[in-house]
Write a protein that binds this ligand. Structure first.
Ligand SMILES: [Ca+2]
Ligand SMILES: [Ca+2]
Ligand SMILES: [Ca+2]
Length: 462
């Protein structure tokens, strides 16, 4: 029985541990029985990615997500998007690479054309015999006449809550249903479909558009109560003389922030329904316990911190993302992990769990081991739509520091920032522009290290 189920057409078994070195471009074909043996213990993989959901203050409206993921898994309280912008981050999630290595550096059709499916998680898993499905947003400006490679089933779209254009298994169509609900129904159908080949593990990537702007909750949640905006010391920071000019120039009125934020939270209520649906379907088919599952966002968002309503900036709530991981029997329930984790760690973690080794190696590291990084590289390449912001930054472990170099592409000028995250966790005082030279850190080694990290690859990456 199992033999037949494994005899899928795509049983290349790539990069199984120990077979990896020369197999990068032309992985060896492994006989079905061998692949079956190798895959016998492989978990199903579920990755749910929301769009622009910041870490702080958003899970409050998602009790069922917390119940399924947080109460029965691990919460990474110090997780970041290495490039806090949709398309580069989504590519990092799927490839385990920093943006300077996967080369999808901004949100544009040109950038998306740089996406190399050979380096992706879906390729490794598909070739290892997984049943693969993609439901929701894939990469910004994805050409809907194109089918995403290495997925067996898909419903892909680019944006919107109502009347969105989708490519459903190769057929382009307008979907009139609320997009999050449609994505949920497609995900459920995929899960049910995998039951017909129950021995083969599945990989499902689910990416609703919520809570991306313009956030449009469905009528059921249009007036739903949301918790009040929790202000932190960075909310409406008064003295911005230490910040780069673009910060002082982009101050957002509080009323607008409150209104848009409430809508964002209401769109997440439909993601709650999606997750409840997926969780229930998994439970009914007895899959939940055999699945390594992630809930995460592609980037954070500032809700008035430093006066900004923005993503793509180097500050904490723009770069921090929620990352929840569950895998019953393999990771402890209801625990917190405060290691510096990143979007680039998801793919290596999945491959680690599946017993597959990527070739070439990825930049991120498996979260299943005890591996701990001291710092992470954050990088932004100047998407025009986000004010042309170009910066690179080093963020250390919690309580350490963040160093930022902002680059002006026109003049070549730099604006540098340094925050002592132990003494100043809300980044109120850039020690390099506070008017007191005596407390300035030595930027020479910081700058040298940053430059090195900006060109890192795999083992040399932070
Ligand atoms: Ca995003
Ligand atoms: Ca300040
Ligand atoms: Ca100073």
């Amino acid at each position: 029985m199992g033999l037949e189920k494994r005899s899928r057409s795509k049983l290349w078994a790539p990069l199984v541990l120990g077979l990896s070195s020369l197999a990068a471009l032309f992985p060896p074909v492994v006989h079905g029985s061998q692949a079956q043996e190798l895959g016998a213990e492989r978990p199903n993989i579920l990755i749910i990615v929301t769009d622009d959901q910041r870490s702080h203050g958003t899970l409050a409206v998602m009790p069922r997500t917390k119940e399924f993921f947080q109460d029965r898994g691990v919460s990474f309280t110090n997780a970041v998007a290495t490039t806090p912008l949709c398309c580069p981050s989504r590519t990092s999630i799927l490839t385990g690479l920093y943006a300077h290595n996967h080369n999808v550096r901004e949100n544009s059709a040109t950038a998306t054309a740089n996406f190399n499916p050979q380096l992706s998680l879906q390729r490794y898993l598909d070739q290892a015999g997984y049943q693969t499905g993609l439901f929701g947003k894939f990469l910004n400006h994805w050409d809907l006449s194109q089918n995403p490679e290495y997925f067996d089933r898909w419903s892909v779209f680019n944006y919107g809550y109502w009347k969105s254009q989708f490519n459903v298994d190769g057929v382009q169509q307008t979907v009139y249903q609320y997009s999050t609900d449609f994505v949920a129904s497609q995900a459920r159908a995929f899960l049910e479909g995998t039951e017909t080949a129950d021995d083969a593990p599945w990989f499902m990537y689910v990416a609703p558009f919520a809570p991306h702007l313009p956030a449009r909750p469905k009528p059921l949640y249009k007036s739903a109560a949301v918790p009040e905006l929790e202000r932190n010391p960075a909310t409406f920071e008064q003295d911005l003389s230490d910040k780069p000019p673009y910060v002082a120039n982009r101050q957002e009125p509080i009323a607008d922030i409150e209104r848009r934020r409430a809508k964002q939270l209401r769109t997440l209520m439909s993601v709650e329904d999606l997750i409840a649906d997926v969780a229930e379907t998994m439970n009914v088919h007895n899959e939940a316990s055999e699945t390594l599952a992630f809930f995460m966002s592609d980037n954070g968002f500032l809700w008035g911190e430093h006066g900004l309503w923005a993503k793509g900036v180097p500050y904490t709530d723009s770069t921090e993302i929620p990352v929840l991981m569950r895998w019953p029997g393999h990771v402890a329930s209801g625990t917190v992990d405060d290691r510096l984790a990143a979007n680039i760690d998801i793919a290596p973690t999945v491959l680690d769990a599946a017993g597959l080794a990527p070739s070439p190696p990825m930049d991120g590291r498996s979260l299943l081991g005890g591996d701990e990084r001291e710092r992470v590289l954050l990088e932004m390449f100047g998407s025009k739509r986000y004010g042309g912001l170009q910066w690179s930054s080093t963020r250390s472990e919690a309580g350490g520091y963040q160093y930022v170099e902002n680059y002006d592409p026109e003049t070549g000028a730099r604006f540098v920032e340094y925050y002592d995250l132990g003494a100043d966790p809300f980044q109120l005082t850039n020690l390099l522009a506070d008017g007191f030279p005596l407390n300035d850190p030595d930027t020479a080694p910081l700058s040298a290290q940053l430059l090195q990290d900006m060109h890192c690859s795999a083992g040399s990456c932070p």
